[in-house]
Design a protein around this ligand. Structure first.
Ligand code: PMP
Ligand code: GLN
Length: 379
């Protein structure tokens, strides 16, 4: 394998889902819902497939999707974009890849929140850049403005942000975002912000970084249909921001995939335009599931850090006598028939992450209950 694959050979999510299938475990690991997205949206994809939308779409994205993203940013956040300020991608994953490859040079430093989503590390490495983690620490997983400022050097090119934050569930507050904005403006940095969980928050308002004064012109905002509309397998995402930054993202996307799936883009446009009610109901449902899983895990003796957003909850398993979350998660299928994600793989600083485990609650109630029952029986 090429050097750029060193240390990033495979994603933990695929590894743990394969383990769940192999062992017949309840999968509370990888974050995908076990119920479909809106029926009308799925029908819109079928109609597009039958309606001849089967050749290359514009590399930039189909006009319906670009317009729908423009309308979404205006309706939800008061952001005024035009089509040239949006690019459609193959999931948020490709948007992240294209943003880093299109905006960062070898040797540049990228400031990133730790724990980090695993593809960030791989893509920073593919870009030949160096990651500079800023740790969100238990129990609150807040962003410390002084630590953020201290992570910036004269080699820093970009801050890679994520709110609502996977895996901790932190929703960055306006004042935390103001700290990010202050640092970005002072050092003339670009910020790439991954907001795929923008609609999955529980009593906490999601504030897009791009809405802060002086930030639109230096921010690339990434989102995706996967989480908002429970279609993680569709891999339709997008990046938006000022035309010059979006052009750089598109410059890289051009050579990664050129264009993304033609029939799914108009269907996601339908979702964005007509199905706000879907994600509003989804967030309500998820909040109840969060409470159910948090209560259950807490009863089992773990320390539970209740998330304000995303569909993940982080726990500390050391009170159960397990100092190492990776060993705990490796043993769990055998012990209990349950799969969870060892959060330590999202840390450089193992002392911070060693004992943390992430559980997904985007699962039907019976699945959550069965997972909890199995964990209880293994106690
Ligand atoms: N960013 C974060 C924080 C995620 O949790 C995920 C998983 N959906 C992604 C990006 C990838 O999104 P997509 O499936 O649209 O590529
Ligand atoms: N975003 C999902 C998670 O955090 C997984 C996506 C993937 O498998 N790459 O669990």
């Amino acid at each position: 394998p090429a050097q750029r694959l060193t240390g990033v050979g495979s994603t933990i999510f695929a590894e743990m889902s394969a383990l769940a299938v192999r062992t017949g475990s309840v999968n509370l690991g990888q974050g995908f819902p076990d119920e479909d997205g809106p029926a009308e949206v799925i029908e819109a994809a079928v109609a597009a497939l039958r309606g001849g939308r089967n050749q290359y779409p514009p590399g930039h994205g189909t006009p319906e999707l670009l317009d729908a993203v423009v309308a979404h940013q205006r309706r939800h956040y008061g952001l005024e974009l035009d089509r040239s300020q949006v690019v459609a991608t193959t999931g948020a994953t490709e948007a992240i890849a294209a943003a880093l490859l299109g905006l960062v040079d070898p040797g540049d430093e990228v400031v990133v929140l730790e724990p980090y989503y695993d593809s960030y590390v791989a893509m920073i490495q593919f870009a030949g850049a160096v990651r500079r983690p800023v740790t969100l620490r238990a129990p609150d997983f807040r962003l410390d403005a002084a630590e953020l400022a201290a992570a910036v050097t004269d080699r820093t090119r970009l801050i890679l942000l994520n709110t609502p934050h996977n895996p901790t569930g932190t929703v960055l507050t306006r004042s935390e975002l103001e700290a990010v904005a202050a640092v970005a403006i002072e050092h003339d940095l670009v910020v790439v912000t991954d907001e795929v969980y923008e609609h999955l928050t529980y009593d906490h308002e999601h504030v897009p970084l791009a809405t802060l004064p002086g930030m639109f012109e230096r921010t690339v905002t990434i989102s995706s249909a996967g989480k908002t509309f429970s279609v993680t397998g569709w891999k339709v995402g997008w990046a938006s921001g000022p035309a010059d930054l979006v052009a750089s993202v598109e410059g890289a996307k051009n050579w990664l995939s050129y264009a993304s799936g033609a029939p799914l883009q108009p269907a996601v446009a339908v979702a964005l335009n007509e199905h706000d009610a879907f994600h509003q109901a989804l967030a309500k449902d998820l909040r109840e599931k969060r409470d159910r899983l948090c209560a259950g895990l807490s009863t089992l003796g773990m320390q539970v850090y209740e998330p304000a957003g995303t569909y993940f909850v982080t726990t500390d398993v050391s009170a159960l006598g397990h100092a190492d979350g990776r060993a705990f998660c490796a043993a769990l299928p055998e012990l209990a028939g349950v799969v969870a994600i060892p959060s330590q793989v999202f840390y450089d600083d193992l002392d911070e992450g060693r004992h943390l485990v992430r559980w997904a609650f985007c699962k039907q109630r019976e699945v959550i209950d069965e997972g909890l029952r199995r964990l209880g029986a293994a106690d």
